[in-house]
Structures are given as structure tokens and as C-alpha cells.
Design a binder for this molecule. Sequence first.
Ligand code: NAD
Length: 265
Amino acid sequence: MKIGIVGAAGRMGRMLIAAVQAADDIELAGGTEAPNHQDMGRDLGEMIGGEVAGVALTSDAKALFALADAIIDFTAPVATVAHAALAAQHGTALVIGTTGLDAGQQGAIDVAARKTAIVQAANYSVGVNVLLGLVEKAAQILPDVYDIEVLEMHHHHKVDAPSGTALALGHAAAAGRGVALDDVACKARDGIVGTRPRGEIGFATLRGGDVVGDHTVMYAGPGERVEITHKASSRDVFANGAVRAALWSCSQPPGRYSMKDVLGL
Ligand code: NAD
């Protein structure tokens, strides 16, 4: 089984190279980066300070999609849309970790998923996918007098807010309440915003340091508060989950799948 990694020199790309190299039954098909990247041409294994991989960093995504059975993509929205089109063209399975896609970009992924298997998840950790189920269940049980707030913190390099995982948690809470998140979400507050409407799902975003990813969903009710928290301390959890998704995706018919499908939850 051959897996390729686009965005191979990024924070997640480097973790993914290590995860693929550590797996017995997977061959690293190659890795790409945006043209003019400083590591262009370097051996992927040496680039991450590991064993020689025998494949070099290139910017030829087309060749990689033609060669690999599955591609893992943790890059940026514009790049991910282009990669999804290549996946559809070559029938290559695609695992998307990129967050922050707008509605048009998401539409392009959905079109590509008619031609090939695409797994897309805002968070590839097993723990967060368990959390999504717990959040939905709690929102179902607790009446809307319990105000729901989603709090997240990430490292200072992160560009999108709220995080894809925070939004996924918001969607899970909204599903538990039987409403659409877009109808009840408040993604930021500033100034005289008035009192909190009942049923609102609020978000608070913190950025700083090297925090890998912390998420808390609060249900603040009269006389008590329930908090459900997940803290990622290593990007390994995302890389290992994405590799697991890539292995799974190769035997799936075209369609868009979630990490819940991969885990059989
Ligand atoms: P990063 O900036 O370190 O890495 C992204 C890499 O993609 C960069 O090296 C960049 O040069 C490269 N890139 C950009 N355009 C490209 C192109 N056309 N072809 C090839 N490479 C290209 O960012 P990161 O921290 O690794 O995160 C990447 C994305 O993954 C973000 O959207 C982040 O939110 C998301 N993420 C998701 C999960 C998850 O579990 N789903 C976990 C962590 C990060």
C-alpha cells in the first residue's frame, strides 16, 4: 500500500512522514510542498531527522496522485481543493485534515467525492471522536436553560478560528438540541452585545504558545456547570488517526466519509 503526503514539510506533514515510516505494511510513495519550498529535493526521511526514505520532496502533485493508493492532505484550503480534483481525476483515495474551508471550497470537495473515497475530519484523534458523541448526548439530555459554550486554545501559528474541531463540537451540540448550528452560533463577542439569548451556542478562541489543541464544551445551568474537555499533547494522535483513515479509505467506494465511519462508531 502506497501513501503520499502533500504539505510534507509542514508541522503535520512531518509527523505523517514519521507515522508512515513507522508502519510495517505501508510504503511512503512521496511528498509534495508548495513550489520554492526551502526543502525541495531533500530526502523526506532526512528532512525530518529520521531514516533515509529514498523519496525526495517535490512539487509535482499530479505525479504523486498517479502513483499513490491514498494521499494525506494537511495543507491549506486552496491547496486542498486542487488536491481533491486530482484525487477525483486519478481515483486516488484522499484523507483531508485541512480546516477552515469555506462553503464553496467544501462544495468542491463534495463534487470530488462522487469520483473517489474522501475521508474528511476536523480532528483525527480517537479521543475527540469519542468526545463528539458525548457532547451530542449531553446536549440532548440537558434542556436549553443550560447555556452551551465551546472554548478552544491552539498554538499561535494557527490561522483559522474557531478551530475546525470547535465547530465540529458545536455541530454535535446543535444536533443534540435538534437545531442547525448556523441558526444559533455566536462565534465572537465584543462590546455591548446584550444579554445571552437562550439556546445560543457560543465560541471562545484562545491562541498562544505551542498548545497542540485544547477543547472544552460547557453546559452552564442554574446552580451547576458540566464541562467536557479534551487536551491533545502530541500531534502523533492526529497523524496516527490519519494513517489509519488512509488504510481504511483504499477499500471504500466513492463518497465522503468521517472519522466516525473509519472508527466504526
Ligand atoms: P503548516 O502550515 O505547518 O503545514 C501546512 C503545509 O502545507 C506547509 O508546509 C505549506 O507549505 C504546505 N502547502 C501549502 N500549499 C501547498 C500546496 N499547494 N502543495 C503542497 N503543500 C502545500 O500547518 P499544520 O499545523 O501542519 O496544519 C495544516 C492544516 O491541518 C491546518 O488547516 C490545520 O488546522 C489542520 N490540522 C488538522 C488536524 C486534524 O486532526 N484534522 C490536526 C492538526 C492540524
